[in-house]
Design a protein around this ligand. Sequence first.
Ligand SMILES: *Cc1c(COP(=O)(O)O)cnc(C)c1O
Length: 462
Amino acid sequence: MHYISTRGQAPVLGFEEAMLAGLARDGGLYVPDHIPQLQPGHIAALAGLPYEEVAHRVMWPYLGGAFTEAEFGDLIARAYAQIAHPARAPLKQLAPGHFLLELFHGPTLAFKDFAMQLIGQLFEAVLARRGTRLTIVGATSGDTGSAAIEAFRGVAGTDVFILFPDGRVSEVQRRQMTTPIEENVHALALAGDFDAAQARVKDMFNDFAFRDAVGLTAINSINWARVLAQVVYYFAAGVALGAPHRPVSFTVPTGNFGDIFAGHIARRMGLPIERLVIATNTNDILHRALQTGRYTRAEVVPTSSPSMDIQVSSNFERALFDAYGRDGAAVAQLMDELKGQGGFAISQGALEHLREIYGSGRAGEDEVAQTIRRLHAETGELLCPHTACGVAVAERHLGATPMVTLATAHPAKFPDAVEAATGIRPPLPNRMADLYDRPERVTRVADDLAAIETLISKRRAA
Ligand SMILES: *Cc1c(COP(=O)(O)O)cnc(C)c1O
């Protein structure tokens, strides 16, 4: 298995190298050069297996021998022991034909733990084998950063620097990033929004001298290994609802497009997914792009679902790469237009391709609050605002095929929004009940590339 860049100009890499690199050197994202197929018999045989076993079988064909089967099995077991539910990703029924896939039982109460916990294990194994050090840098709208810090705290051979938009993450998210005591953890509060944080991270990757000097790597959702880990729960949920004999649909609260792109990969591997629906909040660039054919960034509007407050969806580039017939030069040109002119027109052919794969919908703030309130009244479930976006959009796409909405975060991670809608303040699970009592450690930084690079060089040397 080989990995190629969406912009066609970076070296072709194996799994391990693509994982360690994160972003490709031409600014593109790595994608597998072909998609392995799981035959219907193999998919049927996943039914009833432990989550870890499903994970092993779904991800194995992508590794190209980077780990032995026994090694990989151990790493998976260690990663998912951190998810505090025996089913790891339990399904809960909300209504006839509508299910929630609970992906929030990990250490930071959001779905990103599924990929990040595994990546932490994979990095540790690979770096020990190579005897090298890496500097992990990520931008976060809240959940990626906490998941990365939780996965890499104390991991030998790594320093982890997370840039988050100061004042724009929830208190629980911030505390999850600022309270770990390990010295390899560095939380940086940036004076700017999430897109600024993400842009500075991209700038660091394009500064090759800096990149090589500190051994920079990205664990944002641009890292292929993260997308891969997320493919697993689509299979787990699909077979639980009757795949491959019956189709299933998914609605995915979407920001950076990593999670829903994993669903697309599951479908291409052979899982019969009927509809794959993008749910956005007020920051609806993806919904607008599918409706109008123009991908145009707008100002980021802060909402109750901050992890979806994104106007430039990194992983959408992977979808464009396929939609443009894997033409790296065409993708590179679109990305130049996005950078220079703030947007681009999707070609008619590519737009048709995308519309065949993805449905979309948008839920504004009032609708999100109403959905949280109504679902609590009807079912007793408390939804986080991201999940509520998903449920609201999914309800417009219900049909004969079972619909699964991904519950991307625990309601206690966003207690203010849940309390405002229902009057109930969801408590943190017992295992993290002392989060509000732990001391915080954070460094404020200006939106200034040189200053951020200097800080990282000094801190990692220290
Ligand atoms: C990250 C995140 C999302 C968006 O996922 P993407 O893979 O970036 O599209 C949605 N909900 C929550 C709670 C998240 O943390």
